[in-house]
Design a protein around this ligand. Structure first.
Ligand code: DAH
Length: 339
């Protein structure tokens, strides 16, 4: 029995010394000390030992066990230390390497332009209001003085959800919604997405954005319109900017005009940017039509007002000298990160 124990001990120690991995040490533990391990089976054969020798043999088995356990632990801690050292070596951080840059997104040129326009009008006391993109035909057209079958509808063909619900073709319906609330006076700015059944090209898209403006109060005149929009143009394009109003027609304003600004590239001399004219068309505007006021429940004898509509993309394209509107929608990061 003693020899057998000695053999088991020697063999265990030999195996422990030869181990180069933690898993192997674990296997050895199981093989010698485990429930079905060799030392355990020696203990089981104690019944064959003479009773007077049993304490001695038991002591020997325990000594062997303690010794093997000790060696196992020692070997394990050496291997663990080695593994840790190797890992530390592998994970050395080279602090001289250039840092990885976090790519942070930023504001889209449309949004930059919108914030700028909002800043200017909020500074003049306007409130920013939003209206629905899916709109009643009556708000998008009829209450803006564009009856069914009126030719003005041809210019703003849009997408029909049903006979009387459309994707709004302009932000002007927000004028009606605001007037109908009946809280006067009004100074509002209504930016938002609009839709037209247009083909995509460098200057058209079936979905784009407008910024609507509306002022309603007593004694509002065309002089207020001119002064306001001239100030807007100066703030947006530079203090030296001049404006020019050309008579135009919109069904919901009378009189109506389009406003041009002096080309901010050449200052009005004429260049490639303004196609030689020195002027750039920027928005539509006019005095709110008495029919529109009446339909929205406002007495045109008591109140008057002006309105305007700006194409947001147009502002962004001009301000950042982008020559193709499609670039604003393609989400090419190489383009977007330039702003
Ligand atoms: N809604 C017009 C359009 O989409 C733009 C416009 C013109 C708006 C004149 C106005 C305005 O408020 O007074 O073409």
């Amino acid at each position: 029995m003693k020899d057998q124990l000695e053999k088991i001990k020697q063999e265990a120690l030999r195996q422990i010394e030869a181990s180069d991995a933690l898993e192997k040490l674990n296997d050895i533990r199981v093989a010698y000390l485990g429930k079905k391990g060799e030392l355990t089976s020696v203990l089981k054969s104690m019944k064959d030992v003479a009773p007077e020798d049993r304490p001695k043999v038991g002591q020997m088995v325990n000594d062997a066990r303690t010794m093997i356990e000790g060696k196992l632990e020692e070997a394990m801690s050496i291997l663990q230390k080695k593994a840790r050292e190797e890992q530390l070596k592998k994970e050395v951080i080279d602090v001289t390497l250039p840092a990885k840059r976090n790519k942070v997104g930023h504001t889209h040129p449309n949004t930059i332009a919108l914030k700028e326009v909002e800043r200017i009008f909020v500074g003049m006391g306007y409130e920013v209001i939003e209206g629905p993109e899916v709109e009643y035909d009556s708000y998008n057209f009829e209450k803006l003085n564009i009856p069914k079958n009126h030719p003005a509808r041809d210019e703003q063909d849009t997408f029909y959800i049903s006979d009387n619900i459309v994707l709004r073709s302009q932000t002007s319906p927000v004028q009606v919604r605001t007037m109908e609330k009946g809280k006067l006076p009004i100074r509002m700015l209504a930016p938002g997405r609009v839709f037209r059944s247009d083909e995509v090209d460098a200057t058209h898209s079936p979905s784009f954005h407008q910024i609507e403006g509306l002022v309603i109060d007593k004694n509002i005149t065309f002089a207020d319109l001119k002064g306001t929009l001239a100030e807007f143009a100066r703030e947006l394009f530079g203090l030296e900017t001049k404006v020019k109003f050309r008579p135009h027609h919109f069904p919901f304003t009378e009189p109506s005009a389009e406003m041009d600004v002096t080309c901010f590239k050449c200052g009005g001399k004429g260049c490639r940017f303004c196609k030689g004219s020195g002027w750039i068309e920027i928005l539509g505007c006019g005095m709110v039509h008495p029919n529109v006021l009446t339909m929205s429940g406002i007495d045109p004898d008591e109140y008057s007002g002006f309105a305007f509509g700006v194409g947001l993309e147009r502002i962004a394209l001009l301000k950042y000298e982008i020559d193709d509107m499609r670039l604003l929608y393609e989400n090419d990061i190489r383009f977007l990160k330039q702003f």
